[in-house]
Design a protein around this ligand. Structure first.
Ligand code: F6P
Length: 331
């Protein structure tokens, strides 16, 4: 892109471990290409309010292992209005921003599309622990969140096993079950409930617990994605059906914090690099994604139309590992 002198970078929506690594990579790649980098604080709202900090190679140092986002994050209602976006445009002009890199989820990319329509090139980087963005296999933060939930559940299992209890654990995932599926598989959950398959509670939960009991198990771990129901409701239904009273654990926002894993640091660094290089090469208005492990660029408009479905092959494998499933041959 000609005359690319200064770009902005922001994080928006729910935070995710690895966002800081992406900010660092964007800033250092920009600076390495002779482009100044401004950190916009508090997402799109920060662009409206002209809330910024100058980023240098040193100021983004020591960020790789830091969870959260040093740029803060927000969900801006004002940016959804034409008036709000006009104010953001004024900030871009005032600061002399030739382009913006926006790190976040679908909501962030909808904002990116609107800003690009006002003439500011925007590149999106997918960062959300939900891994639910259609145009990319992987979103920054997913691996870290999985590992955090797995660590919590491993600890919980110790005491569940000692006391021979049933436990229902609620993990995040308002609209998608990726986190619950990966975590449930990795902890060997007795049953896993995802928003994509809430229909058959008897088969997906009750029969699994019963199957494990018949196989000689004395403790049961049920993982539920928040989008599939609350752990309290699931616990109540288990109680009603089987007469046992499960303990309830909601892992909650703990999953969004903590040091990013190696995978998240490395992916965020590559995505940050390619986001800036897309701008340098004149490819604004796209989202950076991974497909088959390689980095790809997808026009924002197309990216927003792409859907992502829970991988049925993985779901089937998880079921095969459980008791009380249709896959059981000899007991
Ligand atoms: O980051 C995505 C997500 O974790 C969803 O799974 C969850 O429902 C949502 O964010 C909650 O975010 P907040 O509590 O910040 O509104």
């Amino acid at each position: 892109m000609e005359n690319l002198k200064r770009i902005g970078v922001l994080t928006s929506g729910g935070d995710a471990p690895g966002m800081n690594a992406a900010v660092r990579a964007v800033a250092r790649t920009a600076l390495a290409n002779g482009i100044e980098c401004i950190g916009i604080r508090r997402g799109w709202q920060g662009l409206i309010n002209c809330d910024f900090i100058q980023l240098t190679r040193a100021s983004v140092g020591h960020l790789l292992s830091k969870g959260g986002t040093i740029l803060y994050t927000a969900r801006s209602e004002e940016f959804k209005t034409p008036e709000g976006r006009q104010k953001a445009l004024v900030t871009c002009k005032m600061l002399g921003l030739d382009a913006v890199v926006a790190i976040g989820g679908d909501g962030t990319f909808r904002g990116a599309l609107e800003l690009s329509r006002l003439g500011v090139p925007v590149v999106g980087i997918p960062g959300t622990i939900d891994n639910d963005i259609g145009c990319t296999n992987y979103t920054i933060g997913f691996d870290s969140a999985c590992n955090t939930a797995i660590e919590c559940i491993d600890k919980l299992r110790d005491t569940m096993q000692s006391h021979e209890r049933c436990s229902v654990v609620q993990v995040m995932g308002r609209d998608a079950g990726f986190l619950a599926l990966y975590v449930g598989t990795a902890v060997g959950a007795t049953a896993v409930l995802v928003p994509e398959h809430v229909d058959d509670f008897e088969k997906n939960v009750i029969e699994r617990i019963r199957g494990a009991k018949l196989a000689g198990y004395t403790h049961f771990m049920v993982v539920v994605a928040e989008g599939a129901g609350t752990a309290h409701d699931v616990g109540q239904r288990i109680h009603d059906a089987l007469g046992i009273a499960p303990t309830i654990t909601v892992i909650g926002h703990i999953q969004r914090g903590g040091a990013p894993t190696g995978r998240d640091r490395e992916t965020a660094t590559r995505m940050g690099y390619y986001a800036v290089m897309a701008l340098v090469e004149g490819q604004g208005n796209c989202v950076i994604g991974t497909q088959e492990g390689s980095i790809v660029q997808i026009p924002i408009e197309d990216a927003l139309k792409m859907e992502k479905h829970l991988q049925m092959d993985r779901y089937n494998i998880m079921e095969i590992m459980q008791f009380g499933s249709n896959h059981e041959g000899e007991m």
